[in-house]
Design a protein around this ligand. Structure first.
Ligand SMILES: Nc1ncnc2c1ncn2[C@@H]1O[C@H](COP(=O)(O)OP(=O)(O)O[C@H]2O[C@H](CO)[C@@H](O)[C@H](O)[C@H]2O)[C@@H](O)[C@H]1O
Ligand SMILES: OC[C@H]1O[C@H](O[C@H]2[C@H](O)[C@@H](O)[C@@H](O[C@H]3[C@H](O)[C@@H](O)[C@@H](O)O[C@@H]3CO)O[C@@H]2CO)[C@H](O)[C@@H](O)[C@@H]1O
Length: 611
């Protein structure tokens, strides 16, 4: 087994990066031409490691003291001045730069909300495309991945108060060349890249380097490297190696001694299960094998004993979080909903914090994808017009008196599009139209496309990833169906409610926490989580709930529900406060509660440029 754990160095600095003053600042922390290597690759250079440690500390201290001086010079009291925590979010998706679904949305929205609360926030994600707004920092590091040493560059931009860091390497850019859809994880939905473990090992290692080697001077309140006193927020299985590498590569050498890791589960269905022998690819000491060790009854990707990345992420992190309180309960309820990690999560404990939504991208008053903008006072006039525009756009008969039901989501078993397709015949005879938008499994895409062949005047199935159409459906439909077998949080119902579109949802996960029966939506009860078959009882649940919803269409009761939906605050503001409390409880050195800043907050609220 490889004993080499990691190698990195800042090899070459060209200068001239837009938002990172690399040349002078790296010199300031002593990283300009410094080579820092760990055992194996080159000789261990402990002096350099210690130097790195003290230089980063000094630079971080300096940035905070500069800030304090500004405060003394009479800046308004409510300004964020070096208060708060240093937060480093790591994820395979960060919207709007990369997104296959809700994971990208959360990484797009939560970090700016934390910045608006006075914290310093960075995201680290792969550079899948030539993002127009992210610049080469010229900082290059070497990382040991499997048995190879790879050169990795960091790109960067500063948006809405957040340092967006992109890890540049051909395993990301050459494979994907785009922002969305399943190419992030594999060539087609359901197929993974063979080298995903190496790709995400590289991401985790790069994320551990970013706070040390990037000297970011994007904001006048925070400058210099983030330093060692950081909290890493690792998201889903792709980032599960981060807490392991933190211990084996850094803490064992006296670096990042006070850093902590919160591991957030967005979907327990994807755990990163691989052949047990693949452990050797991960560059981790043998003593970590037990954290990954996992036996299941499935033959995929190999029969029998496996490694399970998510299991290790849960066990090796300091705190486990998920995206709604009800999903947290479901995860520990048993094998079925905890997907065989329930026993592990019962040991570690888990906290559920419901997601917020991006209220800028999803704002009916400013939405650029819809013909007519509206708010709670004009919704009843605008919606019929938007419905007609939607019907025309998808080629359905244009008639504002027909109730329209929408569905948007990844076409995987989770989302229950197969159950919905089976239920359509049970209600389509009524005065109703249905529009389904989604991509994913080929067989599910064919099912939704077949609907419009069967019901040409009543149904449309669009197998595309289409953001404008997603907005048009959210605005123009009367009801949004969310028939998920399981749903950690769900953003579709949040978007729908903000647009006055009433959710009809399965009673699972975050749908339970966010939709109130008869007040902001309709609940269908929980569905069978067995994914291989469509349970006839669930088909009937959909049909019954649709009938209930259609019964209130055009009544005052529906108008009331629309107002109830639209008057809620569904933004990241509340969730970000809950995240703050949770992260503060980790007790990282220098962490303070954030203060909503007059300068950082507007930055965090400013619109994101399209990458
Ligand atoms: N064909 C298409 N065209 C355009 N846009 C499309 C689309 N298909 C999906 N989307 C968009 O993708 C997002 C889906 O987000 P969700 O949170 O509802 O589900 P997802 O399962 O991906 O996320 C997972 O992570 C999130 C975040 O934690 C949890 O809320 C969720 O329960 C969990 O399953 C929405 O922004 C939606 O508009
Ligand atoms: O934001 C949407 C979701 O994105 C992530 O899910 C991806 C998952 O992590 C990947 O592993 C992959 O899943 C495939 C899986 O690996 C494969 O064996 C097969 O079962 O098909 C799966 C689907 O293609 O792609 C997922 C996205 O489609 C994130 O982990 C989730 O939390 C998000 O819901």
């Amino acid at each position: 087994m490889a004993t080499v754990t990691a190698s990195y160095f800042v090899s070459h600095i060209h200068g001239g990066a837009a938002s990172v003053d690399s040349k002078s600042n790296l010199a300031q922390i002593g990283l300009r031409t410094q080579t820092v290597t760990h055992n194996g690759l080159r000789s261990v250079n402990k002096v350099d490691m210690l130097q790195l440690k003290s230089n980063v500390k000094a630079a971080a201290k300096k940035s905070r003291s500069m800030v304090k001086k500004t405060e003394k010079e009479g800046a308004p009291a409510k300004i964020v001045c070096g208060s708060g925590m240093n937060l480093v979010f790591i994820s395979a998706e960060v919207g709007p730069w990369s997104k296959t679904g809700g994971l990208g949305d959360v990484l797009g929205g939560l970090p700016p909300a934390m910045a608006a609360n006075g914290h310093r926030a960075m995201t680290v994600s792969p550079r899948y495309d030539q993002y127009r707004d992210a610049w080469d920092t010229s900082v290059v590091v070497e990382i040991q991945v499997g048995d190879r040493v790879e050169k990795v560059r960091f790109f960067h931009c500063y948006k809405r108060g957040v340092d967006r860091v992109f890890v540049d390497h051909p395993v990301f850019l050459e494979k994907v060349w785009g922002k969305t859809k399943s190419k992030i994880y594999g060539p087609t939905a359901g197929t993974d890249y063979q080298d995903n473990q190496l790709r995400f090992s590289l991401l985790c290692q790069a994320a551990l380097l970013a706070p040390l080697v990037l000297n970011l001077n994007s904001s006048k309140y925070f400058s210099g490297p983030y330093g060692e006193d950081v909290i890493f927020i690792a998201n889903d299985w792709h980032t599960a190696l981060l807490p392991c590498y933190l211990k084996t590569m850094y803490q064992s050498r006296g670096i990042y001694m006070h850093a902590k890791v919160a591991f957030c589960i967005h979907n327990i269905a994807y755990q990163g299960r691989f052949a047990f022998s693949d452990f050797d690819l991960l560059n981790l000491p043998d003593e970590y094998k037990s954290s990954f060790d996992f036996v299941d009854g499935y033959a995929k990707p190999v029969k029998g004993r496996k490694i399970n990345w998510m299991k290790a992420g849960i066990l090796e992190s300091d705190r486990v979080v998920t995206v709604s309180p009800y999903y947290a309960q479901e995860l520990v309820s048993g094998v079925e909903k905890g997907v065989e990690l329930d026993n592990i999560i019962r040991k570690t404990g888990i906290t559920g914090i419901v997601n917020g939504m991006d209220t800028q991208e999803w704002n009916p008053a400013t939405d650029k994808y819809i013909d007519c903008n509206y708010d709670i006072t004009t919704v009843m006039d605008a919606k019929p017009l938007l419905k007609e525009a939607l019907q025309a756009a998808v080629g359905l008969p244009v008639d504002r008196s027909i109730p329209v039901i929408g569905f948007i989501g990844r076409l995987e078993e989770q989302k229950g599009s197969d159950i919905l397709v089976a239920a359509v015949s049970k209600f389509i005879g009524r005065n109703v139209q249905i529009i389904i938008l989604g991509t994913g499994k080929k067989s599910f895409e064919q099912q939704i496309e077949q609907l419009e062949v069967s019901y040409p005047d009543k149904a449309r199935g669009v197998a595309k990833f289409n953001v404008p159409l997603a907005h048009m459906i959210t605005a123009g439909a009367d009801f949004m169906l969310v028939p998920s077998r399981f749903e950690p949080c769900g953003l579709i119902q949040l978007h729908a409610m903000r647009y006055g579109t009433i959710p009809i949802c399965a009673s699972t996960g975050g749908l339970v926490d966010t939709v109130k029966e008869g007040y902001t939506g309709f609940h269908m009860g929980d569905f069978n989580v067995e994914c291989a078959t469509v349970d006839p009882a669930d088909v009937l649940k959909i049909a019954a709930a649709v009938n209930r919803a259609l019964a209130v269409y055009g009544t005052l009761a529906l108008k009331e529900m629309i107002k109830n939906c639209m008057s809620q605050d569904l933004s990241w503001k509340g969730p970000a406060k809950n995240w703050e409390l949770l992260l503060l409880s980790l007790g990282v050195a220098g962490s303070e509660p954030g203060i909503e800043g007059e300068e950082i907050a507007p930055l965090a609220k400013e619109n994101v440029a399209t990458p």
